[in-house]
Design a protein around this ligand. Structure first.
Ligand SMILES: C[S@@+](CC[C@H](N)C(=O)[O-])C[C@H]1O[C@@H](n2cnc3c(N)ncnc32)[C@H](O)[C@@H]1O
Length: 278
């Protein structure tokens, strides 16, 4: 179902051409910022996508409470929502080996970078391959007044240089990723996971630590084996210092009507502390 939008309104806001239709202009401007300055007077958008844009705009306006931060994070359209807290809590609790510098690979909303700054890390550089995520992370850093400590840049994988702490929460499931939001959930061929492990030795300082945050859902679903992960760690010249495990607390883990319930109810989320082999 395609919904026609009127872009030629007196207030410059996109509007639905229906009597008594709700105001959608700010949400459309949020979802399609590239339309600003366009001379088009009409457009169509699929009803499904428009519903997604309206919902994402509400998440952005209201923000997502992050208990470990004691503050809200405001997700951009198409940016991974930090609604699961258990993986954020792992980053908030893991023994911290530095307060100088950290890299956050695939920063998304910047939530993990913000946790590291809250824990006292003076400089955190986040990277993401999606401009929307980079803008969203920098917006959150400014809102949290930590933009003198944290910044995000448009880079695939690692920023230049080395850091004593390099963290990464890659998408947890192998699978194709046609949209930017899919790319936060699905990692085709576990590419990002493997790139992170292979690249760590070149981006860690001596005695530095890499933190990989990942759940075993892909393993429980038969989409990736534990062997692949352990072999990739070993092949990259890394060893495991420690592994912190936690159980998911989100509603779907307890929802026995969910088709993935058997796997979700047994899912374990882990923070793997890695270092270059001695
Ligand atoms: C699971 S999300 C994690 C987001 C955030 N760190 C968090 O924990 O909420 C993975 C992120 O990695 C990003 N990403 C995917 N491939 C990447 C790459 N090659 N380099 C940098 N970021 C990448 C995605 O855009 C997404 O924002």
């Amino acid at each position: 179902i395609l919904v026609p939008l009127n872009l030629d309104t007196t207030d410059g806001e996109a509007a639905l051409e229906l009597p008594r239709a709700p105001r959608i202009g700010p949400a459309v401007a949020f979802g399609y910022p590239q339309q600003a300055g366009s001379t088009a007077t009409r457009a169509v958008v699929s009803l499904q996508e428009l519903t997604g844009v309206l919902s994402a705009y509400q998440w952005y306006i209201n923000g997502v409470e992050v208990p470990a931060l004691g503050q809200k994070i405001h997700p951009g359209y198409g940016t991974f929502l930090p609604t699961r807290h258990e993986y954020v809590d792992l980053v908030a609790k893991a023994p911290l080996n530095t307060t100088e510098l950290a890299f956050d690979i695939g920063t998304g909303t910047g939530v993990l970078a913000a946790i590291l700054v809250a824990r006292g890390v003076k400089t955190v550089i986040g990277t993401d391959i999606h401009q929307r995520a980079v803008d969203c992370a920098n917006d959150n850093f400014a809102r949290l007044a930590i933009d003198d400590s944290a910044r995000a840049e448009l880079t695939s994988m690692f920023p230049a240089g080395r850091a004593p702490l390099v963290i990464c929460n890659p998408p947890w499931l192998p699978g194709s990723a046609p949209t930017t939001l899919d790319a936060a959930v699905y990692d085709p061929g576990s590419k990002m996971l493997l790139q992170f492990l292979r690249g760590l030795p070149e981006h860690l300082t001596t005695h530095g630590e890499g933190w990989l945050i990942i759940s075993d859902l892909a393993e429980l679903l038969g989409l990736r084996s534990r062997h692949l992960l352990l072999d990739a760690i070993d092949d990259a010249g890394l060893e495991v210092v420690d592994r912190l495990d936690t159980l998911p607390t989100h509603g779907r883990a307890k929802d026995d009507a969910d088709i993935l319930h058997a796997a979700r109810s047994r899912e374990v989320t882990s923070l793997w502390r890695l270092r270059v082999k001695a």
